[in-house]
Design a binder for this molecule. Structure first.
Ligand code: ADP
Length: 297
């Protein structure tokens, strides 16, 4: 049987060679990142991007070097939530330079590649001779480029905001052996149905499951401070049903949505609120629960 090279000849593009080179670049990048954490959800709209943004800020507030990769290619919202929308990515001598958000958080998002809403999606990576133009949503290759061709530098934590849906986890090639996952859900039976699949897949793929964050866990009355119920089932039930550790619960607080729209992580402005303290405690828990290896700062 002929090899790809024999069929393509010298004129053919050396796809295998390019993939190998990219894998080597990915491994070199990962060697500088102490922990990668994918934030997943079964359904959209449960607050996954808000949680990712605020977790990143809460970890940075603990003094860590943090990066965020917005892996939602078609519906990126992380740049907006960090207030960096409108900035564009530049190419430096070591790769694509991430945009800097608050507390020096390094951000890569498809949103930052688009100078105008109608602009084509172009990834001008140094390893390529010409800018690469995506047609359609080739999510796996896009994420591979984002991971391997970005000059992340040294990071304590790289948080990856995955698009909603359990099937997204295998889209992180080369990362699964070192990947930690966090699952975000809301305390409703409808959300539980889909989040179970995310958890099962993470376990099947042997990605380390750090635990569950329950968002919109009750509504905090601004007048009396009481926590009212938003959804019919209680948080304990959700965790018991799913059988995974609970990292924490974030109440519904309209200021969280307002901060996201203004491009300021909620924890930076409201760290002394119930939700702000919950984010800080979750960040501490993540730090504690991750088994630190050699070279951890
Ligand atoms: P997802 O990433 O799961 O699709 P988002 O993070 O984009 O969801 O959140 C959806 C909407 O809900 C956003 O407008 C966000 O600001 C709002 N939101 C998320 N969590 C909360 C919360 N705990 N309190 C108030 N608003 C929230």
């Amino acid at each position: 049987m002929k090899t790809y090279r024999e069929i393509a000849g010298d004129a053919g593009s050396d796809i295998l060679g390019q993939v190998k080179e990219q894998q080597a670049r990915l491994q070199a990048r990962l060697a500088q990142i102490t922990h990668t954490i994918a934030v997943m959800s079964g359904k959209g709209g449960v607050g996954k991007s808000v949680i990712t943004t605020n977790m990143a800020a809460a970890l940075a507030m603990l003094g860590h070097q943090v990066g965020v990769l917005d892996a939602d290619i078609n519906g990126p919202s992380v740049a907006k939530m960090f207030g960096v929308r409108g900035q564009t990515l530049k190419v430096g001598k070591n790769g694509v330079v991430p945009v800097l958000g608050p507390l020096g958080i390094k951000i890569i998002s498809m949103d930052l590649l688009l100078s105008r809403d109608e602009a084509p999606v172009v990834w001008d990576a140094p390893a390529q001779q010409d800018p690469f133009v995506w047609r359609g949503t080739i999510e796996v290759s896009t994420l591979r480029e984002f991971l391997a061709d970005t000059d992340w530098g040294e990071l304590d934590f790289l948080l990856i905001d995955l698009p909603p849906g359990p099937e997204r986890l295998p889209n992180l090639p080369g990362l699964l052996p070192v990947l930690h996952t966090i699952v975000v859900t809301i305390p409703s039976e409808v959300a539980q149905l889909t989040v179970k699949r995310s958890i099962a897949l993470a376990q099947q793929l042997k990605a380390k499951l750090l635990g569950l964050i329950e968002n919109m866990a009750g509504y905090l009355c601004r007048k009396c401070g009481a926590l009212g119920e938003l959804f019919p089932s209680s948080g304990e039930e959700t965790v018991n049903v799913l059988g995974v550790p609970l990292l924490g619960k974030i109440p519904f607080d309209p200021r969280i949505a307002r901060c996201s729209d203004r491009g300021i992580p909620f924890v930076l402005e409201h760290k002394d609120t119930t939700a702000g303290e919950a984010f800080a405690q979750i960040a501490q828990k993540i730090k504690r629960n991750i088994t630190f290896g050699e070279g951890e700062r």
